[in-house]
Design a protein around this ligand. Structure first.
Ligand code: NAD
Ligand code: ZN
Length: 261
């Protein structure tokens, strides 16, 4: 095998084929090639915008001001993004029975748009709006954002994008699903996450403790890399997942170097 990336991809494909239960754990990095920047780092959103607008206390006291920033980032800017090869390959893996769960920290809805179904969103979804008075949920396309803040068509309550703001709790359902997936997984595939965000960053170490093989894709090392990762594929999510798919779906099983299927 000529180079370390090819070797890592081949090793990853071997474990993915053997796995009876695989989980993908995705962070902001998987959507970078779709044009959505991560929060942290040089190109990160927090270098351009003040995170206080996404603090629940600030939102409740100044909803109009918060909503102006939310509309600009999450609707005008993120709204135009489409899934890239990494989202599409994960959806294809699910269709082929090779991927049982996606646990995502992202709020951009791109896994759904790629065709994945078994998705648990740790931090909610920016394309859904929830009424803080009657808790009805609306798809963002159904609500006009001409006048801010938008109000519930049913009860006039304040609408909030249904993702987790700073100061809010992680919803219990994805948290439980993530613990369950971590304890059942033979392979746990981490894509584009720094490992800095609590409590999501506790999930990969748990999977490792329970015996999963940890595969990680990231152009940079993360907090997981030296600690829990078994196979590190250094590179961009879309490019690497495309190359991984070529091995996973195209190579006849009997030709793989391990001679197993
Ligand atoms: P992060 O912003 O902390 O880190 C992003 C990671 O992606 C880094 O490790 C970086 O090296 C890596 N990366 C950059 N380009 C990449 C590429 N092309 N392919 C693969 N990896 C790449 O991300 P995080 O750890 O997920 O935490 C940030 C939090 O902010 C998340 O929990 C999420 O809720 C939220 N967020 C969501 C979105 C989104 O929905 N797309 C975008 C930004 C932030
Ligand atoms: Zn309402």
């Amino acid at each position: 095998m000529s180079n370390p990336i090819d070797q890592a991809i081949c090793d990853a494909a071997y474990f993915l084929r053997k796995s009876a239960f695989t989980t993908a754990f995705t962070g902001a990095g998987i959507s970078v090639e779709s044009g959505i920047p991560p929060f942290r780092g040089e190109e990160g959103l927090w270098n351009k915008y003040d995170p206080k607008y996404l603090d629940i206390g600030f939102f409740l006291s100044e909803p109009e001001e918060s909503w102006q920033m939310i509309k600009q980032i999450f609707f005008n800017f993120f709204g135009a993004a489409v899934p890239n090869d990494a989202h599409l390959v994960l959806a294809r893996m699910e269709r082929h029975g090779m991927l049982q769960r996606i646990i995502t920290q992202n709020i951009d809805n791109l896994h759904q748009e790629a065709g994945s179904t078994n998705i648990f969103e740790f931090h909610g979804n920016s394309k859904k709006l929830i009424c803080l008075a009657c808790f009805r949920e609306y798809h963002y396309g159904k609500i006009s954002l001409k006048t801010l803040p938008p109000r519930c068509p049913d009860c006039s309550g304040l609408l909030k994008p249904n993702f987790v703001f700073f100061g809010e709790q992680i919803p219990i359902e994805p948290l439980n699903a993530a613990y369950d997936a971590a304890s059942r997984s033979d392979v746990f595939l981490i894509i584009g996450s720094t490992g800095e965000v609590m409590p999501a960053n506790q999930i990969p170490p748990l999977a490792k403790q329970q015996g999963a093989t940890i595969i990680e894709i990231n152009p940079e090392e993360s907090l997981y890399t030296g600690r829990v990762t078994d196979i590190f594929i250094r590179g961009k999510a879309g490019e690497m997942m495309k190359r991984l798919a070529e091995v996973l779906f195209a190579t006849p099983l009997e030709n793989n170097k391990y001679g197993v299927n």
